[in-house]
Design a protein around this ligand. Sequence first.
Ligand code: SF4
Ligand code: SF4
Ligand code: SF4
Length: 419
Amino acid sequence: MPNVYNWHLGREMNYAFEEAHPNQQFAAVFNINRCIGCQTCTGACKATWTFSKGQEYMWWNNVETKPYGSYPQHWDIKLLQKLDAAHTDAGVASRWDGASQSEAAPYGVYDGLTISEAGGPNEQALGYLPEDKEWRAPNFYEDTSTSYKGGQLGLSPEGASLPEHQAWFFYLMRICNHCTYPACAAACPRKAIYKRPEDGIVLIDQARCRGYRKCVEQCPYKKSMYRGTTGVSEKCVGCYPRVEASDPMSEGVPMETRCMAVCPGKIRLNGLVDIDENGDWVNQPDHPLYFLVREEKIALPLYPQFGTEPNIYYIPPRWAPRAYLHQMFGPGVEHAIERYTAPSRRLLAVLQLFRTTQKMLFRFEIEEGPLVQAGEMGGQGWELYNDTVIGFDRDGKEAVRISVLEPFIERSRERPNSI
Ligand code: SF4
Ligand code: SF4
Ligand code: SF4
């Protein structure tokens, strides 16, 4: 198998195809701290793409309640157990070498096996095919928290307090990661799955697919799904007409996808990042996604150890146990939570951009405002400034302008409330 460079792992790894990269990559940041579990994203995707016969159990976007919830049921626990067994069989430890951190390896170096490296002799990657019943609901164990182990009636005498709540859950919102090294594409014997050179969106050619379900088996995130009525597999299409700016609402510039645009929790920011010939993100410190992922490093990939280099990034929940988060998002968790808890002046401004426009933002500028408050946050000195952040679309036109503090507008006496 060819060797490719995976910057999430900070090292080269085996992959089915030679290194090849798109000019731009579809990517997003999801802020778990703000999700209210309303499933508006899930409904928007279903109403747009999966409302037909045979798609009843198909949720390209789903929001699951961690640690117990999952769609399909137990997808991550099952794969983590398989990966663990592969490490034991190979006599290899699954660990991150944090001392080897660098620009090319921002999370250090992963010394364990990826799903591709742990695959058996007749498979491209470690995987499994879920049973039909495991797909039957998009959020098993909705809102089920862990229990507090001590105290009467399972109640903690201290209540819930940071840094880690003793009883906890959080929502994990998931779509296809439009991976840099998609396991689904590597697995397909028909070569029916391809990654678009213009935006890195991963699609299944419906005419080539014969429904062998190898992609369903080997996508570690279980985001390729089989449709019994047509006998072919389907997956999230990254709402490509909106990304291509062919949607009539778009005014000729790329728009965020349906699941991103509807989010009432304002947790999602979607865009396209420039990619160089080596597959690295081009240095663009004033691109909102580059700033959040590469500069501030507050948003992290989901299960980076799987080795597909997923392109959806998560701001981890502040209240969940760090060991659990470390397993899920890798070694950048402590740093991400620390930065998010006491955001820098620039970060606080950029966080305001989430869900302020349907247009994808390619650049931001900040106009400095006055100091509003000074105090302490997370044990550190912290200052709040009422800066204004301006977001620009692909053509460099201003798409949004918003201040850190929401303006307070008092209705005049001449215009009383009419109800
Ligand atoms: S998340 Fe799964 S379906 Fe999506 S690109 Fe990655 S491997 Fe393929
Ligand atoms: S990007 Fe589009 S197709 Fe993909 S999950 Fe979101 S709404 Fe569905
Ligand atoms: S629409 Fe937004 S807030 Fe609601 S469940 Fe989806 S990601 Fe969470």
